[in-house]
Design a protein around this ligand. Structure first.
Ligand code: AMP
Ligand code: SF4
Length: 502
C-alpha cells in the first residue's frame, strides 16, 4: 500500500515565459512581434504585451489573456514603429494580474526602457529591499520589475541603458533571458548560466530578431543566426548588431526541462532540434525499460516524440490511443470537483479501437503531480485495455524549480512524496512504471552534464539559492532542505559555479 504522504495532490504546474524583440526599420514590427508571440504562446498563457518605438516615442499595450485575445487589428494598428519587444507570461514570481504583465516600462533620464523577462531571479527580494531603502517604490510584485528599475537606476548613473544593463548583470542571480527596448535600440541579454534559451535571427537581410525559441524566428520567415551566449549582451540599433560578453561562468546550466517538455519540438536549442532530442529520450527509455506490449501510445502532445522513439527502439507498433482536443490551451477553466474526472476527457478522449484487449505502453515526457497520469491510466483501462504500462522519458521530478518553472512546492511532487517508484506506480494505477534515469537522459540527449541544469531531478542547484528562498518551496518536511543540501554536496562539481565579469 502507498503511504498517506504518497497521495496525489491536485493543482497544475506552470510554465516559464516567452520573449521576443525586433529591430526592423521599414518592417511592420508590431505585427511581426504578434506572430512571434503567437509561436511562443506555449511558454505562457496568462498575459501578453508588446512595446514598440518609432525612434522617438514608445507605446505599450498589454493585457491579460492569450495573444489572440489581447491583440486585434485595432490595437496592433496603434502600435506603429520600427522596433519592438513582446512577452507572453505565466507568473513564476509575482501575482497573476495586469500590473505584473510584461513588457514593463520605466523612465530614466534619457527616455524610456521596456523590459521582457523569461526566468526567475533567486535574489530578487534582497535587491528589492535595497532599492526600497534608496526610496524606489514598486507598482508590481515580480522580480522583472526589480530588474527594470535597477537598469533605470544604473542607466542614470552610467549615462546609457546599454552600460546600465551591463552594470546590473553581475548583481542578478538566477535565470534571465531578456529583451529590452529603448527608443532607438533593442537588446537581448542572457544570464551567465544560460538557463533559459534565447536566439538571434535576421529578417530580409537586415532586421535583427530575438526570440526565446527558434520556432518564433521560423514563423516570421527570419533566418536563424545563432543563440545569445550565456552572459552576453547583444544590441541591435542603427549601427547594426554588436555583442559584449559581460559575464563568464565556469559552467552552463541550460534547463534540461526545455528539452523534455517546455520548448516546442520544432525549436532548436543548443544546436539540437527539440523533437529529435525527445525522440532519442524515448529510444533510451525503451532500452532501459523494455516491456511486452501490443501498442505504444503517446500522451499528446508533448509525449509524442518520445513515444515515436520508444516504438522505434522496441519494435512495438506505434498507435494513437488518445485524441486531444486541439482547441484547449494548456490552461483553461478548470472543471469543478464534480466534473474533474471528466475534465481529462474534455482534453483527451480515448480511442477504444486502439486500446481494447491490448497491452498498452503509454509514453509521456514527465510525471509532476501524477493527477493526469492517474486519470489517463484509468480511462485507458475503462476502454478495455488488458494492461497499461507507463514509460516516462524524464527521471522522477523530485525537486522544485527556482529558475522560472513554477512547479510549486516539493510537497506537490509525487516523486518527492513517494519513497519508491513502486509507490508511484501504485498511485497512478499502472501495471508497470519505467522512468528514465539521469544517466539515460544524458545519454539520450548527448549534451554534457556540465552544460545542463538537472536540479529538479537531482536536487543539485547550479546557481546558489538563498536559504529562505529554498525553504519556501520545501514544505514537505523540515529535513527536506538538509536532504537537498546533502544530495547537492555529494554531486557538487569541484569548482564553485560563481560567475566572473568577462
Ligand atoms: P501529471 O501526470 O499530473 O503529473 O502531469 C504531468 C503532465 O503535465 C505531463 O504530461 C507533462 O507533459 C505536463 N507538464 C510537465 N511539466 C509541466 C509544467 N511545468 N506545466 C504544465 N504542464 C506540465
Ligand atoms: Fe529546468 Fe528543473 Fe533546472 Fe528548473 S530546476 S531550470 S525546471 S532543470
Amino acid at each position: 500500500m502507498s503511504s498517506s504522504r504518497c497521495l496525489i495532490q491536485e493543482s497544475k504546474p506552470r510554465d516559464a515565459c516567452g520573449v521576443f524583440g525586433i529591430f526592423g526599420p521599414g518592417e511592420d514590427v508590431s505585427r511581426l512581434t504578434y506572430f512571434g508571440l503567437f509561436a511562443l504562446q506555449h511558454r505562457g498563457q496568462e498575459s501578453a504585451g508588446i512595446a514598440v518605438s518609432d525612434g522617438r516615442e514608445m507605446t505599450l499595450y498589454r493585457e491579460m489573456g492569450l495573444v489572440f485575445q489581447v491583440f486585434d487589428e485595432e490595437t496592433l494598428s496603434r502600435l506603429q514603429g520600427d522596433l519592438a519587444i513582446g512577452h507572453t507570461r505565466y507568473s513564476t514570481s509575482g501575482t497573476s494580474s495586469l500590473v505584473n504583465a510584461q513588457p514593463m516600462v520605466a523612465e530614466w533620464r534619457g527616455g524610456k526602457i521596456a523590459l521582457a523577462h523569461n526566468g526567475n531571479l533567486v535574489n530578487a527580494l534582497e535587491l528589492r529591499r535595497e532599492l526600497e531603502a534608496e526610496g524606489t517604490s514598486f507598482a508590481a510584485s515580480s522580480d522583472s520589475e526589480v530588474m527594470l528599475l535597477m537598469v533605470a537606476r544604473e542607466a542614470d548613473r552610467q549615462g546609457s541603458v546599454e552600460k546600465g544593463v551591463a552594470a546590473c548583470m553581475p548583481r542578478w542571480r538566477g535565470a534571465y533571458s531578456l529583451t529590452i527596448l529603448t527608443e532607438d535600440s533593442v537588446m537581448a541579454v542572457r544570464d551567465p548560466y544560460g538557463v533559459r534559451p534565447l536566439c538571434i535571427g535576421r529578417l530580409n537581410g537586415q532586421a535583427i530578431v530575438f526570440a526565446s525559441e527558434s520556432c518564433a524566428l521560423n514563423v516570421i520567415g527570419s533566418e536563424f543566426l545563432r543563440e545569445v551566449d550565456p552572459g552576453e549582451l547583444v544590441v541591435a540599433d542603427k549601427d547594426g548588431m554588436r555583442a559584449q560578453q559581460v559575464l563568464r561562468s565556469p559552467r552552463q546550466a541550460l534547463c534540461v526541462f526545455e528539452y523534455i517538455y517546455m520548448a516546442r519540438p520544432d525549436s532548436e536549442i543548443g544546436g539540437r532540434l527539440v523533437h529529435e532530442a525527445r525522440r532519442r529520450l524515448g529510444r533510451q527509455v525503451a532500452k532501459d525499460h523494455p516491456v511486452e506490449g501490443d501498442v505504444v501510445i503517446p500522451v499528446p502532445d508533448t509525449g509524442w516524440p518520445a513515444a515515436i522513439g520508444y516504438a522505434e527502439e522496441s519494435g512495438v507498433p506505434f498507435g494513437e490511443g488518445l485524441i486531444k482536443n486541439r482547441y484547449i490551451p494548456r490552461t483553461f477553466i478548470q472543471p469543478d470537483q464534480r466534473l474533474r474526472e471528466l475534465g481529462v476527457r474534455i482534453k483527451l478522449n480515448p480511442l477504444r479501437e486502439a486500446l481494447q484487449g491490448r497491452r498498452v505502453v503509454m509514453v509521456d515526457d514527465s510525471i509532476v503531480r501524477g493527477t493526469t497520469k492517474r486519470r489517463i491510466v484509468r480511462m485507458i483501462r475503462e476502454q478495455g485495455a488488458r494492461e497499461v504500462h507507463v514509460r516516462i522519458s524524464a527521471p522522477p521530478y523530485r525537486w522544485p524549480c527556482y529558475y522560472g518553472v513554477d512547479t510549486s512546492n516539493r510537497s506537490e511532487l509525487i516523486a518527492a512524496r513517494c519513497s519508491t517508484v513502486e509507490e508511484i506506480r501504485e498511485a497512478i494505477g499502472a501495471d508497470s512504471l519505467g522512468y528514465q534515469s539521469v544517466a539515460g537522459m544524458l545519454k539520450g540527449l548527448r549534451v554534457p552534464r556540465r552544460k545542463l541544469c538537472l536540479a529538479c531531478f537531482t536536487g543539485r542547484y547550479p546557481i546558489p539559492i538563498p536559504k529562505d528562498v529554498k525553504l519556501s518551496k520545501l514544505d514537505l518536511e523540515e529535513s527536506a532542505w538538509r536532504e537537498g543540501e546533502e544530495e547537492a554536496k555529494t554531486n557538487a562539481p569541484a569548482a564553485s559555479p560563481t560567475e566572473t565579469p568577462a
